[in-house]
Design a protein around this ligand. Structure first.
Ligand code: URA
Length: 245
């Protein structure tokens, strides 16, 4: 038995708080009857409807995918391109990505059917570290990399401080490999940060997400997270979200 708002959040309807509002507003039915009290607990057999639409309840599943380049971080694509859910076609659960990586970015992407977990991890206030390795055009000067570290003005505001490390450079080809650690997740953020210092990103890979790495996986591989990893991720997200609220 679980609280109604928790079941709704897990099904991806809305956050728990928003789900409570929906209940209070009389938008939620359990076994055909409108419920407006918040404490109600429901079992797997109870039929829950939100705005007359039955919610799908599934056992939560959690995966880590090594997304290859050339795959869309979505559940479908109108141009028929490969999407990240294609790697999970044998599962009956409706699995979707936690956030996104660009079509041409490879690396670590979490996948789940647990809406509350996904919302928690994508919360803008949480400070889970994401480690990217970028191959860029030209060889960035130390001062330019310092700008990325301090935070740089983009069209949607200044970026939070980042950690930046030059890993290698190729003088002949005029390219460099740079590691950058950020915790925000804005659209095309790493590429835009490098563009802002005049270096186009040629290749981008996310190597780490919090304590999770791609160790032992090749592009296109996925593995299930252990229950302990899921717990740790939740704790990490909640801790940093609280700290910043
Ligand atoms: N930053 C980007 O620019 N692209 C990604 O896919 C992820 C982070």
């Amino acid at each position: 038995m679980e609280r109604l708002q928790k079941v709704m959040a897990a099904a991806g309807i809305a956050s728990r708080r928003k789900s409570e509002e929906l209940i209070k507003e009389g938008k939620v039915k359990v076994n055909g009857k409108i419920v407006t009290e918040l404490g109600l607990k429901v079992s797997a057999n109870d039929k829950v409807e939100v705005n007359e639409i039955p919610i799908e309840r599934e056992e939560p599943v959690y995966f880590l995918l090594y997304k290859p380049r050339g795959v869309i971080s979505s559940v479908s694509d109108d141009k028929g391109r490969k999407v990240v859910t294609d790697f999970f076609s044998e599962f009956k659960e409706r699995i979707y990505p936690v956030g996104r990586l660009d079509y041409d970015t490879s690396g670590l992407l979490l996948m789940t059917n647990d809406g509350e977990f996904a919302n928690l991890l994508m919360h803008p206030r949480n400070e889970i570290e994401k480690v990217y390795v970028a191959k860029v055009k030209g060889i960035p000067q130390k001062e330019s990399l310092r700008k990325l570290e301090k935070g740089i003005r983009l069209e949607d505001g200044k970026t939070a401080p980042a950690k930046v490390k030059m890993l290698s450079l190729d003088k002949k080809k005029q390219t460099a490999i740079v590691e950058i650690i950020i915790h925000e997740g804005r659209n095309r953020q790493v590429k835009r940060m490098f563009e802002a210092i005049g270096h186009e990103v040629i290749k981008l890979k996310r190597e780490r997400y919090g304590f999770l790495t791609l160790n032992g996986l090749s592009a296109g591989d996925a593995r299930e997270l252990t229950p302990h990893e899921v717990k740790q991720l939740r704790a990490l997200a909640m801790e940093s979200t609280k700290k910043n609220s």
